[in-house]
Design a protein around this ligand. Structure first.
Ligand code: A2P
Ligand code: 11C
Length: 345
């Protein structure tokens, strides 16, 4: 069978990484189609030593396509993913459009690959900050049952997209030339700053990014009793989200025990040797596949608590790699195909 794969948003920060990841992991695609907005039609994007010519995304883009990886923003996914599913094309969607929809599994393969079995044509890829956190927390939850999570994030500008990467570069250059930067993508200067706002504010005073971490974590872990509270902060780093994570568990887990559990966990690399100044850092995580965990230590203010520092490449494990891993799992488990093509109409 000749597998045809589409990448929607192929000119974007995540879309380009999706193409690179398909190539690096030798994904068995017979043909790959690059789709983006009309603005980019005719543009070339690199793939397997050659180039793909970008085509305009339309409602008819999915005829004969088996699998589509979407990363072109929420409104594009909302509009076009149903057209793909209707054409019998399975969608792995990186936007927030379908994540909390009851018809769509929200999947991190290391955590809940089993949820792929009930997919209906649209599978959601979680938010980058959520993905790296659950990769590290699932094995600890299995070992000691996590009751509550308190997380603060330190997020890279690449999470916002290509324009934000350029904005940080431009602002740094302007400041070295004694020019006052003019914020465009972010509400304030991002260079040499830290912004305690990611995405818009909700009625409860939290940002949308913070509430995504709350709701998505519960859905992926499949445990409605899990309590999560989050503060999400944008920092002037290009690639790699970092997270300070505090957990309270039902069973006691010592830092040494947690290190053993995490060392054996899929997708996790423990980097934790304070004596040698070994801990995860965004610069080292950039370009890597693993979720790195370090600074594992006891929370001495409660009976059963741990603190840790979790870092991953937000564009790779946080987006493109996780989406490709979902696609690989669909193939392995023979789950490609849409049973009911009318469900999302
Ligand atoms: P384009 O480059 O043609 O605008 P990023 O997150 O890095 O900003 O990338 C967003 C991606 O989503 C780009 O590939 C962009 O294509 C694509 N995109 C945005 N809006 C649309 C749309 N309405 N239809 C198709 N692709 C879109
Ligand atoms: C960020 N986490 O770093 C965001 C980007 O829901 O997929 C991804 C938003 C999302 O800005």
């Amino acid at each position: 069978e000749k597998l045809v794969v589409a990448v929607v948003g192929a000119t974007g920060a995540v879309g380009r990484e999706m193409l690179k990841t398909l190539e690096q992991r030798d994904f068995p695609a017979h043909e790959v189609i690059a789709l983006a907005s009309a603005r980019s039609a005719g543009m070339k994007v690199p793939y397997r030593g050659g180039e793909l010519t970008v085509r305009e995304l339309t409602e008819d883009s999915f005829a004969g396509v088996d699998l589509a990886l979407f990363s072109a923003g929420g409104s594009t996914s909302e509009k076009y993913a149903p057209h793909a599913a209707k054409a019998g094309c399975v969608v792995v969607d990186n936007s927030s459009a379908w994540r909390m929809d009851k018809r769509c599994p929200l999947v991190v393969p290391e955590v809940n690959a089993h949820d792929l079995a009930w997919h209906n044509g649209i599978i959601a890829n979680p938010n980058c900050s959520t993905i790296q956190m659950v990769v590290a927390l699932k094995p600890l939850h299995d070992a000691a049952r996590i009751k509550r999570v308190v997380v603060s994030t330190y997020q890279a500008v690449s999470g916002t997209g290509q324009k934000a990467i350029e904005e940080l570069e431009t602002q740094v250059r302007q400041l070295f030339n004694m020019q006052q930067p003019e914020p465009k993508v972010y509400p304030y200067q991002i260079a040499f700053n830290a912004l305690p706002q990611i995405d818009v504010f909700m009625d409860n005073g939290y940002t949308k990014e913070e509430m995504k971490m709350v709701h998505e974590t519960v859905k992926i872990m499949g445990d409605p009793s899990l309590k999560v509270t989050a503060t999400a902060v944008r920092i002037p780093v290009f690639y790699g989200h970092s997270e300070s994570v505090n957990i309270e568990t039902e069973k006691k887990l010592t830092p040494a025990e947690a290190r053993v559990v995490l060392t054996q966990a899929p997708g996790v690399t423990v980097l934790d040797n304070p004596g040698e100044k070994i801990y995860p850092m965004a610069l080292d995580a950039a370009g890597e596949d693993a979720t790195f965990v370090g600074r594992i230590r006891e929370d001495e203010t409660i009976e059963n608590g741990l603190n840790m520092w979790i870092v991953a490449d937000n564009i790779r494990k946080g987006a493109a790699l996780n989406a490709v891993q979902i696609a690989e799992t669909l193939l392995e488990r023979d789950l490609l195909g849409v049973k009911d093509t009318t469900l999302f109409q």
